[in-house]
Write a protein that binds this ligand. Structure first.
Ligand code: SAH
Length: 462
């Protein structure tokens, strides 16, 4: 992070603004909105800026800048188009340790101003650290459409209730839960629709209600997708943002973990082949225990929780213990890897069906029906197939699948490090042996792999 974000309290504080043109006027408008007293210095000043000075009880000095203009100011902005003057103001302000901004000259600034979405008292600031202001503005435009204008009103009413709610819930955790319930529930809808009285009544009723109902915990079993965080569902993201504690394993990418609520407790439960940070039964029990403590527990898994994810086992115990839970599907590795590698899993000319298969041949419960897998018009996708790759290929050939069947091994699919190795059934094991391949990998077998060469370029993610 190149800059430390802060919000300054400028109410009734004097700020120096040098310049009187359009840019200075824009800055003056913002300063006035924040309650600052303006000291504007410029030989010529726009009529709007003049008006702003009057209404904020500020000073208008219609002359060139002088060093003394910085006296008693807490902040300085230079918005002139004279480079040498901007440099002087910056140097003078820095000598006095005053924060200074020179419009469009990052090198002369000690702070930069973000693009903002103003729903006062809710204000959202977006910055690219001066590196890509247009991108910051695009982000701002997106947020403008996402955040209802009425959020300002919501925040205002919330502030009126703050003290009473604080007095009612001494413990920060239950207080936060109460707020979330209010701000995501019908009371919020009423507030945003301008039905203030009804909203206040509802909040008051909720405050009187039995506190016990608030300590009920729950579990979200969420599919985090194969790696690229942009493949998360909206629901996954929302639950990730409101969980108190997260249990995650190795397949969940760093990019996805970044999106979990910052202050959520994180528990790594491992799960690499033959290396389990925590036994499955202990994970199941931990989910129950944490929910019983009233926590909102996020069980975050790679891909989809119901595809080779043992999600079924984890919620079984929850169901037995009457713990509320919900399951959120994720993009499974087969869909993610296939899409990002330009390999359609079915295609009218090449494959009429697709089959997801475990390649973990050594596990006690694996009992693959090889003759069924030999059908040449069926695409096979092997999960966990790296260690057993040679055996898989040999068995498929032995049961009648052509040795020339095209295959692809996709390493770390959908991430920045994705690699696609294409070969055929007879040769892929030797190719892999020379390539220093790392898990996770997905193995796709079938004629559809032929399409990779022509379709891969059309996927901008590769
Ligand atoms: N529930 C997960 C699968 C868990 S089994 C899902 O739906 O995707 C673990 C196997 O998934 C790995 O051994 C690997 O074969 C596959 N896998 C998961 N993420 C992957 C990725 N980003 N790239 C390639 N394979 C992946």
């Amino acid at each position: 992070m190149d800059y430390f974000p802060v919000f300054l309290d400028l109410k009734n504080r004097r700020c120096l603004l040098v310049g009187g043109g359009d840019v200075a006027t824009r800055k003056g408008r913002l300063l006035a909105k924040a309650g600052a007293i303006l000291r504007v210095v410029a030989p010529d000043v726009s009529s709007e800026l003049r008006e702003l000075v009057n209404t904020t009880g500020g000073e208008l000095l219609l002359r060139e800048y002088q060093k003394d203009d910085l006296q008693n100011c807490v902040l300085a902005i230079a918005a002139t188009d004279i480079e040498s003057l901007n440099e002087t103001i910056s140097a003078d302000a820095q000598a006095l340790h005053l924060p200074v901004n020179v419009v469009d000259s990052p090198a002369l600034c000690t702070y930069i101003t973000p693009a903002i979405i103003d729903r006062s008292p809710l204000v959202i600031a977006v910055s690219s650290g001066g590196e890509a202001p247009v991108l910051a503005r695009l982000v701002r435009a997106k947020l403008e459409t996402l955040i209802p204008a009425s959020y300002g009103r919501l925040a205002q009413i919330a502030s009126q209730w703050r003290d009473r709610i604080k007095a009612r819930f001494a413990d920060g955790d239950s207080r936060r839960k109460f707020w979330e319930k209010i701000l995501q529930g019908p009371a919020a809808e009423l507030m945003m629709n301008g039905q203030e009285e009804a909203a206040n009544q509802l909040i008051s009723d909720e405050l009187d209600a039995d506190q016990a109902q608030l300590v009920q915990g729950e579990v979200y079993l969420v599919g985090g997708g194969p790696g690229d965080p942009e493949l998360l569902t909206l629901r996954a993201l929302r639950l990730m943002q409101q969980a108190d504690v997260v249990l995650y394993d190795r397949l969940v990418s760093d990019g996805v973990m970044e999106l979990v609520r910052r202050d959520a407790e994180r528990i790594y439960v491992g799960k690499r082949r033959a290396e389990h940070a925590m036994q499955q039964e202990n994970i199941n029990q931990l989910l129950v225990d944490l929910a019983r403590q009233g926590k909102r527990v996020l069980r975050l898994k790679g891909g989809d929780p119901f595809i080779f994810g043992r999600g079924g086992e984890e919620i079984e115990l929850l169901a037995q213990n009457n713990i509320p839970f919900q399951v959120v599907p994720g993009i499974t590795a087969a869909s993610g890897c296939a899409a990002y590698a330009g390999i359609p899993l079915t295609h009218r000319d090449y494959a009429q069906s697709v089959r997801f298969v475990t390649g973990h041949l050594k596990s006690d419960d694996t009992n693959l029906s090889w003759p069924e897998l030999a059908n040449p018009t069926q695409t096979l996708v092997f999960y966990m197939g790296l260690v057993g790759l040679k055996d898989i290929c040999e068995s498929l050939i032995a049961h009648g699948r052509s040795p020339q069947t095209p295959v692809a091994l996709i390493e770390k699919g959908t991430t920045q490090e994705q690699r696609v190795l294409v070969s055929d059934l007879s040769a892929i094991a030797d190719v892999v042996a020379t390539k220093d391949v790392h898990a996770p990998t997905l193995f796709i077998v079938g004629e559809v792999v032929k399409l990779h060469e022509s379709l891969k370029w059309f996927n901008p993610a590769i």
